[in-house]
Design a protein around this ligand. Sequence first.
Ligand SMILES: Cc1ncc(COP(=O)(O)O)c(C=O)c1O
Ligand SMILES: N[C@@H](CCOP(=O)(O)O)C(=O)O
Length: 520
Amino acid sequence: MAAFSLFSSAHVTPKPSLHFIKASTSDLSKTSAPPSQPSTQSQQPPLKTRHNIREEARLHNAATTATNHPRFTAKYVPFSAIADPSSSDESYSLDEIVYRSQSGSLLDVHHDMAALKHFDGAYWRNLFDSRVGKTTWPFGSGVWSKKEWVLPEIDDDDIVSAFEGNSNLFWAERYGKQFLEMNDLWVKHCGISHTGSFKDLGMTVLVSQVNRLRKMNKPVVGVGCASTGDTSAALSAYCASAGIPSIVFLPANKISMAQLVQPIANGAFVLSIDTDFDGCMQLIREVTAELPIYLANSLNSLRLEGQKTAAIEILQQFDWEVPDWVIVPGGNLGNIYAFYKGFSMCKELGLVDRIPRLVCAQAANANPLYLYYKSGWKEFKPVKANTTFASAIQIGDPVSIDRAVYALQKSNGIVEEATEEELMDAMAQADSTGMFTCPHTGVALTALIKLRRSGVIGSTDRTVVVSTAHGLKFTQSKIDYHSKDIKDMACRYANPPVQVKADFGSVMDVLKKYLLSKSH
Ligand SMILES: Cc1ncc(COP(=O)(O)O)c(C=O)c1O
Ligand SMILES: N[C@@H](CCOP(=O)(O)O)C(=O)O
């Protein structure tokens, strides 16, 4: 009770106003500089006199803030109005604490596209390319290197970043040739990241905005999420780095040990709740409506602004050539929309002339989107999600269902599903060619296998599979598979260790047998 009274004065979430609140004059002075090329090495002070990269950014911004460039801005609009933002006058400043529109629909971050269009596609391509691989604050991050398209108005000093993004786009040469007769297959390793999943891309944006809100004395005491393990890991790491309290709701016994230990190690307040992810999501929504805890799930559209940069990055890594297909595993369904948004902004702003076809891949044990797609988008029914090795997508009532449908319809997309055996076999096959994938990537690879077999994806189609988490977070599933310790699963690609006596003869015998099996 005492704890409750602590919050009573800050208890009420400020009422969303109908109109976008213009930044105050003091805010204006904080707005980002117009896009400019980062200083070259020779313009920088010699290493000895450099303070730190935040200070350098401050000095640089002070020197380059000019008035003859358009000011880039962004605001929340109802998701239902994204196709035609002028059809609704409902909008909110990103400095408001609001997650839903008046009618209860999702929100979207809408950028002032007219201002961004003052620069042509070549300008943006060159600007983004010029920032890759540098330590210039905050552009060393793959997310913040696209700052003008993400959170254009945030002060560089408020940004909380681990220089996330810029993840490896891996040419899956052997996997493609050996299993799929493909020569242009790529895996975007979003899991090779600070906390081991793509969630870092969105969380740097959300926690940076929270940092700004707290400096503005907005009522945000902590940040909270429901999670299947990856969102909570990212939230707790970024909050810990900024000194902001984080609160995570986890479904008891439904996430991997490696994921569970991440928020614990980063000092989050961890609630293990006897329900599933959908139950935790419901609870965090109720709690964040009552307490000054900012909601960090992808229901909050800020997250998707960071996640969309993975799509821009893919185009950049292909030297702005557009792949034919991008396959993304889907759970709460924010990410598939984030990819669509990244690609479509690149098209609208002239960086590329088309967008790829998107495939969303679900586990058959948690497949509400797949069922909806198969019904011809007639009727959406949430499902009770069953246990799956792809535990991070064990979600039956995805919050971003409308976003996902929009993304798929606009990209001539497809939804596929993977059984437990299919996803584990696909993961094991990929690993056997040198990757170390997570089961969710196994779901995406299964979608690819099915679409190749049916001829929908051709052998020369340039295809990107999005790997969403690091395999090291899911070692128990690999141990079970390679021990052939999974009920009703053949584990056809298991590679268990060979027990051998500690004498030369026994070791030679097994080695000769092995070498013989490899010699033809
Ligand atoms: C590893 C992993 N892959 C895929 C997903 C699916 O992403 P989304 O919820 O945005 O559909 C999640 C989270 O849900 C995840 O943690
Ligand atoms: N896989 C997610 C589930 C929640 O998704 P979110 O993108 O809405 O936060 C997780 O790791 O928690």
